[in-house]
Design a protein around this ligand. Structure first.
Ligand SMILES: NC(=O)c1ccc[n+]([C@@H]2O[C@H](COP(=O)([O-])OP(=O)(O)OC[C@H]3O[C@@H](n4cnc5c(N)ncnc54)[C@H](O)[C@@H]3O)[C@@H](O)[C@H]2O)c1
Ligand SMILES: [Zn+2]
Ligand SMILES: [Zn+2]
Length: 365
């Protein structure tokens, strides 16, 4: 057992940085010395109950660190390897993995909040504490399934690499893997947080001609421009759908929702032209529904898609994204706008609510 500081969601709207114990890795697991963890809106959604995870739970699912201990049977990693953590373990053996859908791997589907074997490695006294997405990496250490880790080059700064574990993979992947944006396309992105800014970067990489960013916060719209947006709309003061139609001559080719609000999902669908593609990336509440006109979907010939984890194949896509970063084609440096210590994690969440950052990142010694 090792003691460590971790950010724990104890009950709805109640978080604390606490000292807990973490056990050694078991069969097929790794212990990671965490170096960086990004703050994602999905962590906030666990705190406020939008994502109903079993509590108490160590938050964190966007992280990078260094392999420190190998569980029995682990041969694909060595101590000292640098890794980015995937928030979905990919076993390579289930039906979805066999069908090239590792983002839907079912290896952990019956043990949410625990390790794949259904037990926990984190303890507060005798009490087992849950972890988010088999990781719980908003902590000084994390024990994770080896199939949740992807080895990366040691010359990549780990605070930048961490973002590939969620925001950048989710956003760039939504643009390139899910929507398959083509060169010269027109694109609209609702919401300019870590996910939306990454969608904008993905659209830029795919050669989109117009990239229209929509947010309520003007500082987010300024950030959107710096990552590749060609026009911006403040959705609080302007009618976004009308303006997108005016800017694109009748609707954009691709539109993305990266907030998690049903009314915006509907606007995303309305913003695209006939035959265009609307992609929902934001995660709304289980109790809410989006509302589409029953006549319109067939007659408009539009495609409405969900995108989970950017349709990622982490083992292949993480290194590709990091190579784009190293070659100056993907900007991760400006995505990390503020770093925090683990003790400052609650402040990092306040800053997320107040739209201070592109991404806030917790870093560890
Ligand atoms: N599909 C997936 O696999 C996946 C993965 C990670 C996160 N997510 C989800 O993506 C969403 C965004 O996450 P994030 O980390 O980027 O969040 P974030 O909090 O960093 O950013 C959200 C942005 O939306 C803006 N916004 C809020 N209300 C708006 C409105 N009415 N109109 C326009 N903009 C508005 C905010 O100003 C902010 O810039 C969340 O719902 C999160 O749970 C989905
Ligand atoms: Zn996330
Ligand atoms: Zn699988």
């Amino acid at each position: 057992m090792k003691t460590m500081k971790a950010l724990i969601a104890n009950e709805i709207d109640s978080i604390a940085v606490e000292e807990v114990s973490i056990a050694s890795p078991k069969v097929g697991e790794l212990r990671i010395k965490m170096k960086a963890t990004g703050i994602c809106h999905s962590d906030l959604s666990v705190i406020n109950g939008v994502l109903p995870l079993p509590l108490p739970c160590v938050l964190g699912h966007e992280g990078a660190g260094i392999v420190e201990e190998l569980g029995e049977g682990v041969t694909q990693f060595e101590i000292g390897d640098h890794v980015v953590l995937s928030f979905v373990p990919s076993c390579g053996e289930c039906n979805d993995c066999h069908h090239q859908r590792p983002q839907f791997c079912t290896s952990g589907s019956t043990s949410y909040g625990k390790m794949i074997d259904g037990t926990s490695r984190v303890f507060r006294g005798d009490e087992e504490i849950n972890v988010m997405q088999f990781l719980g990496c908003m902590a000084e250490y994390a024990v994770v399934p080896a199939i949740s880790a992807v080895r990366i080059n040691k010359d990549i700064p780990l605070d930048k690499a961490a973002l590939v574990g969620c925001a950048v993979m989710t956003g760039v992947g939504a643009a390139i893997n899910t929507a398959k944006i083509t060169p010269g396309s027109t694109v609209a992105v609702f919401g300019c947080g870590g996910i939306g800014l990454s969608i904008i970067q993905g659209a830029r990489l795919a050669g989109a001609d117009k990239i229209i960013a929509i947010d309520l916060a003007d500082n987010k719209l300024d950030m959107a421009k710096s990552f590749g947006a060609t026009e911006t709309i403040n959705g609080g003061s302007e009618n976004a759908v009308e303006k997108i139609h005016a800017l694109t001559g009748g609707g954009c080719d691709f539109a993305f929702e990266a907030v998690g609000i049903p009314a915006l999902m509907e606007q995303t669908y309305e913003a695209v032209r006939r035959g265009g593609t609307a992609v929902v990336v934001g995660v709304g509440k289980m109790t809410e529904n989006m509302n589409l006109n029953a006549l319109g979907l067939s007659l408009s010939g539009k495609t409405l898609k969900g995108s989970f984890y950017g349709d990622a194949n982490p083992a292949v896509d993480f290194p590709k994204l990091l190579s784009l970063y190293q070659n100056g084609k993907l900007n991760l440096d400006d995505m990390v706008s503020t770093t925090y210590s683990i003790d400052e994690a609650p402040k990092a969440f306040e800053d997320m609510v107040n739209n201070v950052n592109a991404r806030g990142v917790i870093v560890y010694d």
